[in-house]
Write a protein that binds this ligand. Structure first.
Ligand SMILES: Cc1cc2nc3c(=O)[nH]c(=O)nc-3n(C[C@H](O)[C@H](O)[C@H](O)COP(=O)(O)OP(=O)(O)OC[C@H]3O[C@@H](n4cnc5c(N)ncnc54)[C@H](O)[C@@H]3O)c2cc1C
Ligand code: FES
Length: 281
């Protein structure tokens, strides 16, 4: 079992947890993820390793409540334990090439939690990081101090402009692309539509763009084929070949079709959770 040693509610939908998992903490690298299962009845879900402490043996996860498993996970507290916590999985991000270079990390929606460890790792290595993050409104903004410490320039946008900076992350990126002419790479993490839009903006400028493919996953070890994505005309598995890929090579339209495959089942699971919680979300 894997005990929850720290739990913090970052906003009404995003939760921070530190899990005691020494074997994972020992080997974890930025860009990798874990698959967890809450209990015998639970499904396995992938979450990015948002941080780790090799001495304490803890691994940090930051997750957004979107469906059955993430809502259920959020009902657990410090002292409770997870049945499975497998990892580190996936390829570590290859960031050494950006030491001393200017990069832009863009995180939107669910992607903010995943983009943060990427920005932090790049910043700690010595890259000059511009970090663009987006939230629906100012009450949902999380980890602003941590984000500031993970970059040179932080741009926080809200969909409704309630923090005084209205727009989607792509608006800020567009501005940056007009002003900055030395981006070595753009790293975009978030909804598929957003990553596709970022790639469409960087392609004409020839700026290398890395995206994190948050495909649906079952085993996380390259055996089931569930997470397959088309990259440069080849089939790749996000769990073992990724999750980072060259965004200009990714077939986003296919990925979007695959991402919508289980909407009916996901709604059914959510109903089950609401029934268990007495109708309240
Ligand atoms: C490698 C990887 C790393 C991830 N890291 C994080 C993380 O650090 N923090 C975090 O909050 N989430 C992360 N995700 C997404 C997370 O795995 C899903 O949100 C989770 O599986 C949803 O499970 P659920 O049962 O709560 O919701 P479901 O009922 O399965 O889904 C509810 C809604 O979320 C969408 N959804 C489901 N799975 C994904 C997915 N993989 N990516 C995007 N949307 C999805 C569905 O389309 C649906 O609209 C990651 C995904 C991958 C593949
Ligand atoms: S999740 Fe099964 S092959 Fe990747």
């Amino acid at each position: 079992m894997f005990p929850i040693v720290t739990k913090k509610q970052l906003n009404p939908t995003i939760t921070y947890m530190e899990i005691l998992a020494p074997a994972v903490a020992r080997k974890a690298m930025p860009g990798q993820f874990i698959m967890l299962r809450i209990n015998e009845d639970g499904e396995r879900i992938p979450l990015t390793i948002a941080g780790y402490d090799r001495e304490k043996g803890t691994v940090t996860i930051i997750f957004q409540k979107v469906g059955y498993t993430t809502y259920t996970l959020d009902t657990l507290n410090e002292g409770d334990a997870l049945l499975d916590f497998v990892g580190p999985l996936g390829c570590a991000s290859e960031f050494e090439q950006y030491v001393g270079k200017h990069v832009c990390v863009v995180g939107g929606g669910l992607g903010v939690a995943i983009a943060y460890p990427q920005a932090k790792a790049l910043h700690e290595l010595g890259a000059k990081v511009d970090f663009i993050v987006g939230f629906k409104n100012k009450d949902l903004i999380i980890l602003e101090d941590e984000f500031k410490n993970a970059c040179e320039n932080l741009f926080v946008l809200t969909d409704d402009g309630s923090n005084g900076n209205k727009g989607f992350v792509t608006v800020a990126l567009e501005e940056q692309l007009k002003k900055v002419d030395d981006y070595e790479a753009v790293i975009a993490i978030g909804p598929l539509m957003m990553m596709k839009a970022v790639c469409d903006m960087t392609r004409p400028k020839g700026i290398k763009t890395i995206v994190s493919m948050n495909s649906l996953m079952v085993d996380g070890t390259g055996m089931c084929g569930c997470c397959r994505v088309q990259v440069g005309g080849e089939t790749k598995f996000a769990c073992v070949d990724g999750p980072d890929f060259d965004g200009h090579q990714v077939d986003f339209d296919l990925a979007m079709r695959r991402g919508r495959m289980y909407i009916a089942e996901e709604k059914e699971s959510m109903k089950k959770h609401e029934c268990r919680m007495g109708g309240a979300k």
